[in-house]
Design a protein around this ligand. Structure first.
Ligand code: FES
Ligand SMILES: [Fe+2]
Length: 360
């Protein structure tokens, strides 16, 4: 694996101001300027295998439905009925031949075209010859499904530098299936979770079991175009699972971050990936969604141990980010400082400043 490192301005060491974590009015601006303009991971191709498979999700506060069509195309639509705005599909996931609105019974084909509008004698004219449901841009890379509410955004394939190329040595990615998922409500601003994820200065103190096997003197965070990757090597005398050790970089795992609120982690083992999304509920509450992928639904003992290990590390982090939110609201300090090894946080904060148009 090799990635293209980005040059960062190193003399700017202040964090973004804490008011961005504590002021309730900031989230509406972030929804418009960050979440409605960036590529957002919504699911994995293994969740949509046959005609009519669908799942629903929310991006920037917008309800969406992602559907596998008769022509084997995966499409995303606003999950909103064009008749009178009712949320169309209520279930989180399922399989349907046709999508039906529960209000006046309009039905839609899987490509978004109108099937029937029972309270109109003929099909409503505004729907003819086009997708009746409002479609949303969707792209798939490395079996991951992303959407973007911004019709003018750069294509996904050009938005994250060489991130997708850097996954190419992980030949198992196409075989992965979602085998475990968890959502948890975290009492912190979404950015506080990303800040925590983007540095490992806290690891020796907060995660002794994580650092016990790793050579922390070699730990590095590499900031790349709109993403970063961090990790290190396993200590020479240790093994992770049954992995045969060599001197390859990041053999202790790869921890990617993608602007703005997504993380992808790959641990050593028989083939695994975890996708983490931090979806803001309000300025001080975040829904953390963790999707774990393995090759086989029947988990080995090693896979189960890894799941348990990852959960333990997450619990340790959640306690910390909830404590940080208490301090963000305090009058004690207006901002914090970044160490030289918190370059991943620096990159994130510069991108937040740029997106929100602030200098502080
Ligand atoms: S609101 Fe959907 S059919 Fe009327
Ligand atoms: Fe952590």
């Amino acid at each position: 694996m090799s990635v293209q490192e980005k040059n960062l301005e190193v003399n700017r060491v202040k964090t973004i101001p804490y008011r961005l974590y504590a002021d309730p009015s900031i989230l509406a601006i972030e929804q418009e300027k960050i979440f409605a303009k960036s590529w957002q991971y919504v699911g994995h191709v293994s969740q949509l295998q046959k005609t009519g498979d669908f799942f629903t999700c929310e991006v920037a506060g917008e309800p969406l439905v992602v559907v596998y069509g008769k022509d084997e195309q995966i499409r995303a639509f606003y999950n909103v009925c064009p008749h009178r705005a009712t949320k169309l599909e209520k279930q989180a996931e399922g399989n349907k031949k046709i999508l039906q609105c529960g209000y006046h019974g309009w039905t839609f084909n899987l490509d978004g075209s109108l099937h029937r509008a029972p309270n109109f004698k003929t099909a409503a004219p505004f729907c003819e010859g086009e997708a009746c449901l409002r479609s949303v841009r969707l792209e798939i890379q490395a079996s991951m499904i992303f959407v973007n509410l911004d019709d003018h955004a750069r294509p996904l394939s050009e938005s994250y530098g060489d991130f997708f190329d850097s996954l190419q040595d992980l030949t198992f990615l196409g075989e992965l299936k979602k085998v475990w998922s968890k959502s948890r409500v975290i009492k912190t601003n979404w950015k506080a979770f990303m800040d925590n994820y983007l540095e490992c200065d806290h690891c020796p103190i907060a995660h002794p079991s994580f650092t016990a096997t790793l050579d922390m003197s070699q730990y590095k965070v590499i900031a790349c175009e709109n993403y970063s990757v961090q990790g290190t090597m396993v200590k020479p005398e240790k093994t992770l699972g049954s992995i045969e050790l060599n001197k390859a970089e990041f053999q202790g795992g790869r921890f990617y971050w993608l602007w703005p609120n997504m993380a992808v982690t790959v641990y050593p083992g028989s083939g695994n990936m975890t996708v983490i999304r931090m979806v803001p509920i309000d300025h001080e509450t975040t829904l953390g969604i963790y999707d774990v992928f393995f090759r086989d639904e029947n988990l080995t003992k090693e896979d189960q141990d890894l799941l348990q290990f990852m959960e333990q590390v997450r619990e340790e982090d959640i306690e910390l980010v909830e404590l940080a939110q208490i301090g963000f609201k305090s009058k004690a300090f207006a901002y914090g400082y970044l160490s030289p090894t918190e370059n991943g946080v620096l990159q994130f904060h510069q991108m937040v400043r740029e997106a929100l148009g602030i200098e502080e």
